[in-house]
Design a protein around this ligand. Sequence first.
Ligand SMILES: Nc1ncnc2c1ncn2[C@@H]1O[C@H](COP(=O)(O)OP(=O)(O)OP(=O)(O)O)[C@@H](O)[C@H]1O
Ligand code: SF4
Ligand SMILES: [Mg+2]
Length: 338
Amino acid sequence: MPADIAESQPLLEVIDLYTHFDTPRGVAHAVDGISFTLDRGRTLGVVGESGSGKSVLSRTIIDILSHDGSVLYRGKVMFEGRDLRELSQKEMREVRGREIAMVFQDPMSSLNPVKRIGKQITEVLVKRMGMNKASANLRAAELIDSVGIPDPEQQLKRYPMHLSGGMRQRVAIAIALAGEPKLLIADEPTTALDVTIQAQILDLLRKQQRERNMAVILITHNLGIVSGYTDDVAVMYAGKIVERCETQELMNRPRMPYTEALMKSAPLLSDPPHTRLDAIPGLPPNLLNVPDGCRFHERCRYATDRCLTELPDLTADGSSEHLYACWNPLEVKAEALS
Ligand SMILES: Nc1ncnc2c1ncn2[C@@H]1O[C@H](COP(=O)(O)OP(=O)(O)OP(=O)(O)O)[C@@H](O)[C@H]1O
Ligand code: SF4
Ligand SMILES: [Mg+2]
């Protein structure tokens, strides 16, 4: 592919993606018609309450859901112009880890407890990058150093159980970076960690993302994290993206009542301690039986009759790139426009 075409094309283009699970109790609409693009070097935050479909979306992108027939897919996942859903399992394994890597909430899910850390990293370098043993050893030490683990030579000899949760997550990030991916998907990478360690890991991800011009999808239920660490945000609710725009724009003038409710329920990094938070009343809908109309209507204080029957599309706010799916969007406050 000519370099100029490759540069102008989005790195990732998700087009009308559906992931449904055929369960004994009915079909769960976990991801239900999602589209977005992600350019090289950008960080997209995906935010929403538990069960909104964030992890299923990321697992669908890198195709690690079961292939037992209970998962029903539709739509396209274009990565550098190739439809990942058309690739064979073998081709997809090569994309995974090399071009797209993933970091999970629990670092132990990607670490082998009975193998030394050094071995786990060098194996990736030999297998995925075709390095010889000696170069892989040197590179592993560099990687461990770059993720902020002190005394790399000694650490490489240790087993995961000898490390703290934060250090394990750093190792998992080093392994993810070993294949020099163009896209890193981090699914709640700091949720299991103490607050101070959370900030360190997020700073580390941002540093690596900038140095490598790597695109990142950062999945979180916390808008505070999104506001400090992402360029763009997609807000998910019950399997759909309900608002999408640049992060600053979202924080300054949310248009979707669900986003407003999320903001009031999550502490921002800039909030003073003990700021009062309002939990969102009610629960998200059962994905086996989603309501007609706007899926947020049972919990929305702005709902009108139309919201009960007609599902709003995700559409642009005038000529801007601020997309939201709401019949009664929030007014833009005058100070947000100045
Ligand atoms: N294998 C499966 N079979 C049936 N339903 C599933 C399966 N995996 C996920 N789901 C359902 O899909 C929905 C979305 O789940 P998902 O894990 O993506 O949510 P999430 O937004 O990542 O939540 P959390 O913040 O708790 O991680 C949930 O209702 C979940 O029960
Ligand atoms: S469409 Fe209606 S119910 Fe849905 S968020 Fe907007 S106002 Fe609320
Ligand atoms: Mg999840």
